[in-house]
Design a protein around this ligand. Structure first.
Ligand code: PBG
Length: 341
């Protein structure tokens, strides 16, 4: 494969993300990369259909382009990717994750604490709405759609018009990639707002067939681009979402992070936090768990204990277990999650 074609949607965010991955692959594999624009249902049909992005319209067109051979590599925002595997395709790299937090972008430097009573905050995400209202039940959450610039433009003082909102909530990662961190007035920590599973991370997908057989420069570049801590964290978060049988539009937040063991300490451990909320914020259910790689070796004097490593399957099992804890605690009574959803 002399030239590698990388497929992207035409949105600024998609172009930026894909551009970064293309540069990395070119550098790591000495590859020549060509960018192919793929038009998606979600781009063609604007307005409320853009809200279907989460259900996979953006993803499907890129996957079709991969399977048809119109491109060789596709870059997705991991949080927009359905949890079900795509036959014939493999997520060959999960690059280092950006800061996964949500960010409040408010007028006049306001924060979640200092927004005036009844302030109007824009978001189209039930997950964000629920967690905002859980902290500040007085807020008026306004359903908004559109790309990042459109949303930021609705904040008073941010655009050229008057702005009809006091604030919007967006993924910090998207703002960072677009060079719009200047709009952030507060980063929302996990105790206030847990991000969408996979938020801030990318998935680099290729045809499975291109990874089998003798190693190619593309395959080795993808392996070098992959970040194991991110891959494990995202595996846990997505397994949780899958077990809850909830889509990315569900009021479910999750965040996992890998801590490495050090000399004289236990081996690595993965902490997974999750929340399921009633959309109006009147009830939230939070649980967390930590799994350690050295569980089997605990108590032994073996030096292997400090070097024990988790694998993707173990990470996914942790996510599934946490989902089961949430279901056992009544998550299905709060939100449309679980087998009957
Ligand atoms: N739902 C849209 C979407 N998909 C990915 C990002 C960018 C951040 C990321 O990579 O998680 C965004 C924008 C947002 O939620 O603010």
């Amino acid at each position: 494969m002399a030239v590698v074609r990388i497929g992207t949607r035409a949105s600024t965010l998609a172009l930026t993300q894909t551009g970064h991955v293309a540069q990395d692959l070119a550098r790591l594999g000495g590859l020549e990369i060509e960018t192919v624009h793929v038009r998606t249902e979600g781009d063609r049909l604007t307005g409320s259909l853009a809200s279907l992005g989460g259900t996979g319209v953006f993803v499907t067109a890129l996957r079709d382009a991969l399977l048809d051979g119109r491109c060789d590599v596709a870059v997705h925002s991991l949080k927009d990717l359905p949890t079900a595997p795509a036959p014939g395709l493999t997520i060959a790299a999960v690059p280092v994750r950006q800061d996964p937090r949500d960010a409040l972008c408010a007028r006049d430097g306001l924060t979640l604490r200092t927004l005036p009573p009844g302030a109007r905050v824009g978001t189209g995400s039930p997950r964000r709405a629920a967690q905002l209202l859980a902290t500040r039940p007085d807020l008026e959450v306004v359903d908004i759609r559109g790309n990042v610039d459109t949303r930021l433009g609705r904040v008073a003082g941010a655009g050229h018009g008057p702005g009809d909102l006091d604030a919007v909530v967006l993924a910090r990662a998207g703002l960072a990639r677009l060079g719009r961190l200047d709009a952030v007035t507060e980063e929302l920590d996990g105790d206030v707002m847990l991000p969408a599973p996979g938020q801030g991370a990318l998935a680099v997908e290729v045809r499975t067939a291109d990874l089998t057989g003798p190693a190619t420069p593309l395959a080795s570049a993808l392996a070098a681009l992959d970040d194991r801590p991110t891959r494990l964290a995202v595996a846990a978060e997505r397994a949780l979402l899958g077990r809850l049988e909830a889509g990315c539009a569900a009021p479910v937040g999750a965040l996992a992070s890998l801590a490495s063991g050090g000399t004289g300490h236990a081996g690595e451990s993965l902490r997974v936090q999750a929340v399921v909320a009633r959309t109006d914020g009147t009830a939230t259910l939070r649980r967390e768990l930590t799994v350690a790689a050295d569980e089997a070796l605990r108590g032994s004097a073996s030096p292997a204990a400090s070097e024990a490593r988790l694998d993707e399957r173990g990470a996914a099992a942790a996510g599934t277990e946490l989902a089961d804890l949430l279901l056992a605690a009544g998550a299905a009574e709060l939100a449309p999650v679980g087998p009957s959803a």
